[in-house]
Ligand binder design. Sequence first.
Ligand SMILES: Cc1cc2nc3c(=O)[nH]c(=O)nc-3n(C[C@H](O)[C@H](O)[C@H](O)COP(=O)(O)O)c2cc1C
Length: 191
Amino acid sequence: VSARHRVLGVSGSLRAGSSNTGLVRLAARLAPDELDVHVVDWIDRLPYYNADLEAGAPEVVVQWREAVARADAIVIGLPEYNWGPSGVLKNAIDWATRPFGGHALKDKVIALLTSAGKSGGVHVQESLGPILGLIGNVVVTEPPVQIAMGPSRISADGHTDDPEIVELVAAKMAAVAAALRDRSSRASAGV
Ligand SMILES: Cc1cc2nc3c(=O)[nH]c(=O)nc-3n(C[C@H](O)[C@H](O)[C@H](O)COP(=O)(O)O)c2cc1C
């Protein structure tokens, strides 16, 4: 019997019709049974990061840090804005990486799912992926989920008529589950 793992799903696009939110919802539906996916859809309520707010951090910041801390893995619907991540997502990441030395966003298995323009979001994944690694996480790079012209192919509720997208997202979630299993077995072997 495999252990259950907690997965946090979050989208970096606030648009009601967001295809990146759709990728997160599709990922939640296709996740193997051993993964419990919980979607957070309120990162837009986080204030802009400001170190002056650290003492007595706002409740929403505390909740966000707890949601990240509880998760074994994080699945991010990651739009590409000018070759980089959206501001709202970068802000949420920055909050989760403080306080320095005791932050929540480490030792996570992370999957990036992008629906973007013609490039499919290769640039944003090439930039944010290694950064999440430097912060102390394991990014599941295979198979890449970089959907070109995704907004016309995926609805915000995660519907798509394209079986290749379904197959790709299912394979990504299977890879997340495999990475978590691998991590658990190494932890129990004391490696
Ligand atoms: C400010 C801005 C910058 C963008 N820059 C890029 C880009 O560099 N590369 C790209 O492929 N698409 C770019 N796009 C298009 C977005 O990737 C596209 O709108 C995205 O799929 C929207 O995601 P959503 O459906 O989740 O809202 C940009 C869109 C915006 C609003």
